[in-house]
Design a protein around this ligand. Sequence first.
Ligand SMILES: Cc1cc2nc3c(=O)[nH]c(=O)nc-3n(C[C@H](O)[C@H](O)[C@H](O)COP(=O)(O)OP(=O)(O)OC[C@H]3O[C@@H](n4cnc5c(N)ncnc54)[C@H](O)[C@@H]3O)c2cc1C
Length: 387
Amino acid sequence: MDFTLTQEQRMIYEYGDRVSRTFDRRYWMQYADRHEPPKELYAQIASDGFLGLMVPEEYGGAGQGMTEMTLFMEGLANNGIPLLNLVVGPTMTMGLIAKHGSEALKRRFLPDGCSGKLKFCFAITEPNAGSNTMMITTIARPDGNGYRLNGQKVFITDAGDADYALVVSRTTPAQEVSRKSEGFTLFMVDMKHKGVQKTLIPVSFSVPETQWQLFFDDVPLSADDVVGQVGSGFEILFDTLNPERIILAGLCTGLGRYALNRAVEYASERKVFNNTPIGAYQGVSHPLAVAKTEIELASLMTLKAAWAFDKGLPAGEYANMAKYFAAEAGIRAVDSAIQAFGGNGFTKEYGIFDLYPLVRLLRTAPLNREMVLNYIAEKVMGLPRSY
Ligand SMILES: Cc1cc2nc3c(=O)[nH]c(=O)nc-3n(C[C@H](O)[C@H](O)[C@H](O)COP(=O)(O)OP(=O)(O)OC[C@H]3O[C@@H](n4cnc5c(N)ncnc54)[C@H](O)[C@@H]3O)c2cc1C
């Protein structure tokens, strides 16, 4: 077993250290507070060739895998610059097209995705189905040579900015299939079509990416818009959902590290009793040390999940465990950092409390903690199912 990163992987991991010299946490926060895309940073990332990390070179990408994408995200988040756009676009949509798209689909979307000319979002969640994806009702019904898409999605990250959405739809309603996982089809949907309406969902936390409700009203689609096979979408769905869990785990471990580094710096300087820095008190240092240990453990599982995915091995077990533990470790890391900062942990000037909402979000999304634990209990451990 070898835990050493290759030279290229190290360069990818350390990119966040380099780019944050120009585009730091303060820069990111300005855009996050305005809910606007940090366009100069995206342009830099695109021109440095990182949007196409998971795309083969022949389609304009870097020909790397989930491991490198995760290292990239973790390295950015280590510096306090988490980018959700990289999750829904370059990882979930471009990664899936690269793996399962037709040749025509790859040529149509990947080169422009790699250059940043095209942006993507991913839409599975529906208001009435919630965590129970099997019960989604968005449906593409045959119409002439193509299909007509009707339905509704909710909480779609970055839909306002995206040119295309990767939409998880049914082509056969749940009531008409013998197994609930049958009858799903994945489509690339043009967000500029007049049949696509969107409504902003205001949220209580600051990130550049905005959240949207989508309505599809008779949107025409063709066989060329299908990713994978008609009716067999479920078979490839986890090649986008596992990467989502893995990369978001990387985001959490990175943000946790950023919080802990800031806390160490502060606790080594701040003195309130006997000229001793507060970091010398075990009441301050032990929670930070526990959090550091948990973050590094979460990071190990995250990279194991990415490794399994890249090897074509079953990655669900590791991806779910990584997502669960990284979110919990991230929450504890940020919480212990807030405590170490005392009152300053709550000020805009120090910006530590600002780290909390995103790590906390990742206990709920993309798959909530309870459904992740259900997966581990049932699929990994063989316990009976309750729902
Ligand atoms: C900021 C944000 C961004 C998002 N981005 C996207 C996106 O880009 N694309 C997309 O498709 N979706 C997105 N989502 C949706 C997200 O994946 C869902 O919110 C999440 O899966 C939970 O679904 P729900 O909100 O309907 O909760 P529900 O399904 O209503 O569940 C509510 C709570 O009930 C509990 N629960 C539910 N079922 C069970 C069970 N069987 N056992 C035990 N407990 C259970 C859990 O605690 C859960 O948190 C986003 C959500 C947010 C908040």
